[in-house]
Every structure is written in structure tokens, then in C-alpha cells.
Design a protein around this ligand. Sequence first.
Ligand SMILES: Cc1ncc(COP(=O)(O)O)c(C=O)c1O
Length: 425
Amino acid sequence: MSTIMTQIPDEKLFTMADTYHTPLYVFEEAMIRSRCREIKTSITYPHTVIRYACKALTLQAILKIIREEGYWIDASSLNEVLRALRAGFRPEEIYYTGEGATFAVYEELVQRGVLINCTSLDQIRLLGKVPGRTVCSIRTNPGEGSGETNKTNTGGPSSKHGIYFDQVEDAKSIAKAAGLRIIGVHAHIGSGGHSIEPWLRIKDLTLAIASTFPDLQFVNFGGGLPVVYNETKQKPMPIRDWGKALSESMEAFSQKMGREITLQIEPGRYIVAHSGTLLAEVQAVKSTPDYRFVIVNTGLNHNIRPSMYGSFHPIRFARRNPGAGSDKHAYVVAGYLCESGDVFTVKDDGSGILEPREFEELSVGDLMVMGCVGAYSHTMKNEYNSMNLPASVLVCEDGSVNVIERRGTLKDIMQREVEAYSEGR
Ligand SMILES: Cc1ncc(COP(=O)(O)O)c(C=O)c1O
């Protein structure tokens, strides 16, 4: 039995699809809570703050569940900050790490009491000009990274992220001149790698950097906890060992510093990836001399990860007529968009080469159940081909199903354009 795909019975999936229409995002509360608790209980170091990197999935209902679990927030834009505040997080529980920055954004964040994590020397200079600012944290690039692909690797010389470790002395002097105390040192080295070794190594590099900051109150090691997407190739991360290693390092570090330094981490993917399922209906089955295609009424507009990164997502089909042929065929699962790259079953090397998977005979009306779409699928969705955005439902712990975001409409797609056009006339 899969441990990464939904266990909701087919009958209930069909009812949801028929009631709320396909395509449909289905999120499961129980999975989110269990991931939050798993991380929390694996860390024994008492001075710990766990933030949720809300770029992974930013829906209000999800943020509220994670807040109830005692998590704080890592935000990457002012709008993410505002969404987190609306979900009930307090300003002091929110941390802002954005690659670009404007004076207006920084000013609003400072006025609201949100701590800013500067990711460049220019950002420290900019923050220095904002009235009322006294402290900040800095994102460092420790010189090494790790990620699912080069596109999600956020450390090392080819990464744009953070202040390269050989420039932290400059950061200190710029902050000092601006009257800013650097109270936190942050590093996030990538997302979606499949091993914790690089993570643990970079923790040590980051601690070495952090130990040179006299006003240090916390270190933040970012997110990037590995998640299983392909059960035949990947193993779950040893979360207990990871938590133990992290806790021991922090005990030793605090002792060395002579005071309690807070540990912060900010996972996103690990908390929500397995909680999300994308349902779509088979709309056509067709063949070329080389391939048999099954076309479903969703596409890269609702989960861009396979076409953008070559990511593997587990897929199965619930058949309307389970008595249909049981012969297996190799199918390429493709989306409904006018884009050749709109294909879900591709090699995981990023080449875009088709990689068919075996399924029992499929027909129009069958239901595609795509797993592990909780992270970076809903938040990266788009309206390409003017397709309406799917609704999202939350399956609560008691089994009830609630719509947490309605389906998109043509009005949504055209709203801003209509407003601008009529205003301009
Ligand atoms: C600064 C920062 N922190 C945390 C995360 C979360 O990473 P993940 O979802 O892999 O845990 C990201 C993701 O890109 C990030 O950029």
C-alpha cells in the first residue's frame, strides 16, 4: 500500500469529482497535522521555532491548521505576510525572506513588526534607511547547496540566493554603519533533494558563520527536507536521526556561545507535499505508432512540476467501470493544454523525454488521481489557455469535505483587464 498517496476510497473520490467538478485539488488535514507533529517531536532542543514556508501552499484553511500546530511563518512576499496575518499569525511570528525588495515593502514590514531577513548587501543598505528598524537577520550562502534539480538548488556559487559566505564581514560593517543589529543568520540550501547529508553538512558551515556574530539570537537552517515522490526509487528521510543530529549540534553551539541560541527551521514541502491530490477526468485516449496517450482535463497549469523540473508524481486511475478490460497498457499521461510539453509522465532527468506508465485499460470518464501535489503545485498554478482554476477542498479529520477555494470563472480571468480597460476609456 502506498504511504504517499491518498487512502480515500475511489467511491468518495468519484463523489467529490462529481460534486465539485474536475479538475479538483483535494487536501487532507490529517496528513498535514501528522507531518507537523513528526518534525516537532523529532527535535528535542528546547529553544526551537519551526516556521512553515508558506510559499509551498498558502491557502487560508491550510495556514490555520499549521498555526494550530504551533508553527510560525516564513514568507517570501508582502502578500504572503498579509495572508499569514489574515490567517491569525501575529507579526512577531512572521519572518520575511525576499530576494528583491523595495523601500515601501520594507517600510510596511517594519511598521507591522515583521522581522526581515536581508538576502543581499544592498538589502541591508536599504533596510538601514527605513525609520524604526533596529534589527535584522541575514540570509547567507554557505558555498554549497542541494536540491531536486539545479533549478531548486539555492546554495553554492551558481545560486543567486543570499550573501556569499566570503562577504559576511561586509554585511556586518554595512549593518553597523546603518545602526542595525544582526540577530539571526539564515541559510536555505535547496528544495527537494533526496538526502539529508548535504543538509547536515551545510548546518555546520552555517553554524561556523553564525558563531562570528556578536548579537546572534538565532540560526535558521531553512527548509529543504527531502520528500518521497517515487516510492520505488526514494526512501523516507530518517527524521528522528535528523532531529537528533540537529538538537545535539544546537546544544553544543549554545554551550560554545555561552548563551541559548534559538534554532529555527522553515520546511514547506515536507509538511504539505503528501497532503494534496489532483483529480482530473480522462477526456480522450489516443495512439500514435509509438505511444498511447491518455488526455486528462488538467495540465501543467495545475501542476507545473513535471514539465518544469521533470518531477515524478505518483498517478493511478479510478475506473468508472471497474469491470473494463484488465490488460495493462503503457500510457503517456498528458494534459489538455495546447503545449507539447504538457505531459505528466516524463523522465525525471529534466530532459522532457516521454516515459509511459502501465495502467489497466482506460476510457473516457475514468478519474486520474495524482498524488503528492500539496507543495508548489497549487501555488504555481496559472490560467494558461484561459482555463478556469480548479476548486480546492479540504478533507477534515472527521471525514467531512469542505470547499476552501471555489472554482475559477471567466470573470476572475478577465477582472483586472476589464477594470483597466473601462477605467482607461
Ligand atoms: C528561504 C526558503 N526557506 C524555506 C523554503 C522551503 O523549502 P522546502 O519547501 O523544500 O522545505 C524555501 C523554498 O524555496 C526557501 O526559499
